[in-house]
Design a protein around this ligand. Sequence first.
Ligand code: GLU
Length: 323
Amino acid sequence: MASGRFAPSPTGALHLGNLRTALLAWLFARSSGGTFLVRMEDLDRVQASAEHEASQLRDLEALGLDWDGGVVRQSERFERYEAAIGLLTGAGLTYPCYCSRREVREASAAPQGEQLVSYPGTCRGLSLRERARRDGEGRRPALRLLANIGKVTVVDDLLGPLTATVDDVVLRRADGVPAYNLAVVVDDAAQRVEQVVRGDDLATSAPRQRHLASLLGLPPVRYAHVPLVLAPGSGRLAKRDGAVTLADQASVGRGARAVCTLLAASLGLADGNELVAPGDLVAGFDPAGLPRGPWTPGAWAFDPDKHDKSPEFVAPKKINLEE
Ligand code: GLU
């Protein structure tokens, strides 16, 4: 049994990639008899909104996903994150950092193949006097972790060993908002999440999150990073790619059940000829059989002119995963 969660940022409508990840996270949890939680990662108050949260929850429900208990919002949990920061600071494991994003980018020579920009530790050795001078200039510092560890390896349930440099991650941003890596670790432990299922664009964050959890004395979670949905001919899915959200898909004649079937077929969990709901997929769900690479649907998935508009239409008889 492994309790799981889906933790979207309510900064826009969920697209097919988010929905596919949510379906997988739900299947991992439910097929093992575990609980499934939804957490809104709404720390970014500029982009996050109650409207986006409501639309995301509606879409999860429409797809046929359910969750246990109420929806947790990170914006309501600042005191938990501050308590964790207090623990790390008390142990001498934090320091203020005055670098701008640009300074960090310019100072770090990210090793090839590493997606994340590693912080080179510019402010680690600042003296009290140097800190006071920057404070005096009115520069507001972020707070960083003194990681002191180098590389950490986490064994992912789908990807196998993931090794990444654990740098001095930001714990609290210069504007006072707790940082993603800290909040996610605190919340997964507080919510007793056992397995984190999420998009593989976050795979390189797992080693730093595992390290943070261990410094905080929190139990390690398991990870399963799942492949992304990519737009035909380009990278990440974006609005300009056409019918990428559930509402867009409805407007080209494909209802939520048909979208669920399309996603299931793309994962090899359904043949695409008969409509399926998430509950139909639980019994036969086997993570070992999941595709390991990204899915790029053909233009037919997005373009109203390129597909049959009958409500029963799901996908071409045989979905070509390489398409
Ligand atoms: N909030 C993150 C996102 O929407 C996911 C974080 C996570 O699952 O750890 O991409």
